[in-house]
Write a new protein. Sequence first.
Length: 197
Amino acid sequence: MKKIVCIGDSLTSGFGVSKSHSWFSLLENKFSKYLWVNKGINGDTTLGMMDRFYEDVIDEKPNMVIIMGGSNDFLSHRSVESTLDNIKFLVKDALDNHIIPILGIPPFIICSMAMESWDPYCNYALMNSKLELYQNLLKEYSIKENLLVLNFYDLFKNLSINNSIEHFYTDGLHLNSKGQNEMFLLIENLINGINNP
């Protein structure tokens, strides 16, 4: 049985929704021929992911790994460049161990909701500007290295054109069940593409 590990932060762990409504559980149910392992930790940074990558990913010997992080780096005032370097390290570590990396690009933040639900003094607009630059650099990097990508940033930007985007978020930072389902559909499409090239 093929194995897919998902490593990241609360966007990976499924924070804010019941387990059955998380994108991860939806994937488990849809693609039962895969063994799915969730290594998302609430509040984690890409540096934390680097520290635990060997134990949480390489030791699991998966066929593929979905790597998504960065939002908490920017909450912790880390630079886009250092965060991108950490992601590149994780990708290289995966490839060196014959694991196919899939890059997850985090969604943007709804500042007004985040200010009500979290720290009202945090500069969420600055975080969003970092996320925008970060997703552009990740896209360029993925094209250069021919990597598979799950662009949740663009997904929700596109959804916001015809929808009230607040309907997909619980608190401006995390996705509700509707948002989780949209994430699932994007990953489902990628997995189907892998299975049926």
